[in-house]
Design a protein around this ligand. Structure first.
Ligand code: ZN
Length: 136
C-alpha cells in the first residue's frame, strides 16, 4: 500500500506552515493529520488536500499540573477545522489565567511549534498550535 502522504511529508509540510490533509474519494470526508484509511467509511482511496489552517475552538482546558518537561500553566484546546476534522493543540496567544468560556466558538488560526524530542518520542516534531485571529 502506498500512502498519499507519509508522516515525513506531513511533518515537512508543517515545517513550511502548510497543513496537508487527505480527502476520501468515496465519501468526501477530510482527515487531518493524514491517516491510512478514511475514518468515516474506511475507504482507502485518499487524495491530498491543502487545508486553510482556520477553525473554531470547540473545547479547551487549562493545564496547571504539567508532565515532566512542560511548563504550566498552558491551554490545550480542541478545534474544529473549517474543513471538518477536530485537532488538539496548545492555544498560544492567550494568558491561561484569562481563559474563560468566552473562548468557545472563537476563530483561531493553526500554526506549529517545534517540540524537542524526549525519551518517549521519535525526536523533534512540529506540534500544532492555535492563535486567535486579530480583531480590528
Ligand atoms: Zn470515506
Amino acid at each position: 500500500m502506498e500512502y498519499p502522504i507519509t508522516y515525513q511529508k506531513y511533518e515537512e509540510g508543517l515545517a513550511r506552515g502548510e497543513f496537508l490533509g487527505l480527502q476520501c474519494k468515496s465519501c468526501g470526508s477530510i482527515m487531518f493529520p493524514p491517516m491510512a484509511v478514511c475514518c468515516e467509511c474506511s475507504g482507502s482511496e485518499l487524495k491530498p488536500v491543502p487545508l486553510s489552517g482556520k477553525g473554531r475552538v470547540r473545547t479547551f482546558t487549562v493545564v496547571r499540573v504539567a508532565p515532566e518537561g512542560k511548563t504550566p500553566p498552558y491551554i490545550v484546546a480542541m478545534v474544529e477545522l473549517d474543513e471538518g476534522p477536530y485537532v488538539i493543540g496548545n492555544l498560544v496567544n492567550l494568558d491561561p489565567d484569562q481563559a474563560t468560556m468566552d473562548l468557545m466558538g472563537k476563530e483561531v488560526h493553526l500554526g506549529t511549534r517545534l517540540v524537542g524530542g524526549d525519551m518517549y518520542s521519535i525526536g523533534d516534531v512540529h506540534a500544532l498550535t492555535f492563535s486567535f485571529v486579530e480583531q480590528h
